[in-house]
Write a protein of this length. Structure first.
Length: 436
């Protein structure tokens, strides 16, 4: 985790003290249910909860010191709690194995991380919707292959982004449900030394579902799907970021990141206003996606368990969620403050002498009786003259002067095909589909 790209709430989920608090809750809830089942004394559970009620400070350094000797983090934690609680603590961890604690804790952390990310997505969706409605009918050029194609509106560009992030939210809700499972099944997952009722009780207390079959670990296909979902969200962030970066290019300059008073774009060139935030988002998306392949490779563990996944998850759990949280918040800020230039959009629309209306003329010629190939060739031979003049010539003027074209279409009919508003007649329909 790099502090530069981290926010407090998400970072706090992965702090050692937060992890140890979840560990304790798992152990204490399990002990409570074991006591209710008569396996351990009720006094054992009471001692744990009485100590917890004092809001004790988790001594991370002391636990680390014990682990330096035991070379086992869960044992170190149990030893430290035993020192704090006293003799009754010997009943903790009855019939459990370390994975019961570690895997269930990771489920809690990823579920809570999901809640933060879902709130982030809600904020981003709200920002995109506001700007989409603001520019619902702001005309701009649509591009394919980076080349002028046909008119769209800037609101439609943002509506596309909204729909994409709405899909991301749906996927994350599903991924959260899939990852939020509890395993308290003991060595190799047989419940030989711990009743399944303990697992059900702990799951209920922590807001998790019961893992149907956990071997000795929660199956890692769940985690693979979770991190793959984060990767898809990161790619959607990059998609919108790249669009903004392209729109900010000097030759385009239809929109740009907010440039604050006193901000400097270059150490050498005082005129520079660079798309640094969206470039940063492209980089952060790569970091989040870097977690996906290791998560997929974690699925194949030896037999009932090994720990080849453990070191990987200690990295990708915090790094992917913290980075994505920061990226979503940053993108929300970019969208909220995005500078949009309708006049420049209009200038670019008119940049190539009306070429953007070529399809309407093509279709009109076919409807007038020409074959599609004949229609295409007639429009293209005039369009290429405009293209080669760098937009200095007018497609409409050339078409009006072409006897083969005017034999099929009148000047008035041709002029009607150059109506910009024609392209926006279904904007309301699209917005209704996206926003309801």
């Amino acid at each position: 985790m790099v502090p530069r790209y981290a926010r407090p709430a998400m970072t706090a989920l992965w702090e050692p003290e937060a992890k140890y608090r979840i560990w304790f809750e798992i152990e204490a809830h399990a002990t409570q249910k074991l006591a209710d089942l008569g396996v351990v004394p009720q006094s054992a559970a009471k001692a744990l909860w009485d100590w917890w009620a004092t809001d004790p400070k988790i001594d991370v350094e002391a636990i680390d010191a014990i682990e330096a000797v035991t070379k086992h983090d869960v044992i170190a934690f149990l030893d430290w709690v035993a020192r704090e609680v006293g003799e009754e603590a010997r009943f903790m961890h009855q019939g459990m194995t370390s994975s019961d604690v570690l895997d269930t804790t990771l489920s809690v952390q990823l579920a809570r991380a999901s809640d933060i990310l879902l709130a982030d997505l809600d904020a981003l969706l709200a920002a995109i919707r506001t700007r989409a409605e603001e520019h619902k009918y702001t005309p701009t050029i649509g591009r394919s292959h980076g080349i002028h194609a046909e008119p769209v509106t800037f609101g439609l560009k943002l509506a596309e982004a909204y729909a994409e992030f709405a899909r991301c939210r749906t996927r994350l809700v599903a991924a959260r449900a899939e990852i939020a499972t509890c395993a308290i099944s003991g060595a190799v997952g047989t419940f030989a030394n711990v009743d399944p009722a303990v697992e059900e009780y702990v799951a209920e207390k922590l807001g998790l579902a019961v893992e149907p079959v956990s071997t000795q670990v929660i199956p890692r296909d769940r985690h693979a799907m979770f991190f793959a979902t984060l990767g898809v969200i990161a790619s959607s962030i990059e998609r919108l970021a790249v669009e903004i970066r392209h729109l900010q290019r000097t030759e385009v300059l239809e929109a740009e990141e907010y440039f604050s008073p006193g901000q400097k774009g270059s150490s050498a060139m005082p005129h520079k206003r660079n798309p640094i935030l969206t470039e940063n988002l492209t980089g952060l998306a790569r970091v989040v996606r870097s977690a996906v392949t290791p998560a997929l490779e974690n699925v194949a563990l030896w037999h009932e368990r090994d720990i080849s996944h453990s070191s990987v998850e200690r990295y990708i759990g915090p790094d992917a969620t913290i980075t994505l949280d920061f990226a979503l918040a940053r993108l929300t800020g970019v969208v909220e403050k995005l500078l949009v230039y309708p006049a420049r959009m209009e200038k670019n629309l008119n940049r190539m002498g009306g070429l953007i209306h070529s399809q309407r003329v093509l279709l009109a010629l076919t409807q007038a009786g020409l074959t599609r190939d004949e229609s295409y060739r007639l429009v293209q031979r005039n369009a290429m003259k405009v293209w080669e003049s760098d937009g200095e010539l007018s497609l409409l003027d050339l078409l009006k002067a072409d006897p083969d074209v005017t034999a099929a279409l009148t000047a008035q009919q041709l002029e009607e095909k150059f109506d910009l508003g024609y392209h926006f007649k279904h904007v309301d329909t699209i917005f209704a589909r996206v926003f309801g």
